[in-house]
Write a protein that binds this ligand. Structure first.
Ligand code: SF4
Length: 82
């Protein structure tokens, strides 16, 4: 039976598998036309990986989950790195 993700859970309570599932569900909320291509997403994330603001998947500059931000076409890095 599939485990439901609780809206009231903290991320630390989700476990790694559910964390990845949650990221995927957030991205799926957006229409495909609003999503960045896989190539663009990966290019953005490679920049985040080199950035000192990256902290366990979140951006210390804005508090977002970078994997969600990077996957949405119109979003921008708060420091204009991408
Ligand atoms: S979104 Fe920008 S500031 Fe945040 S981690 Fe990525 S590159 Fe760094």
């Amino acid at each position: 039976m599939e485990q439901k993700i609780c809206k009231r859970c903290l991320i630390r309570e989700l476990g790694e598998e559910n964390y990845h599932k949650m990221i995927g569900q957030y991205i799926e909320i957006f229409d495909k036309s609003e999503r960045a291509s896989d190539e663009l997403t990966e290019n953005r994330l490679s920049i985040c990986r080199e950035c000192d603001k990256l902290n366990a998947g979140t951006c210390l500059a804005c508090g977002c989950y970078v994997e969600i931000r990077a996957a949405i076409r119109k979003t921008r890095c708060p420091y204009k790195k991408w």
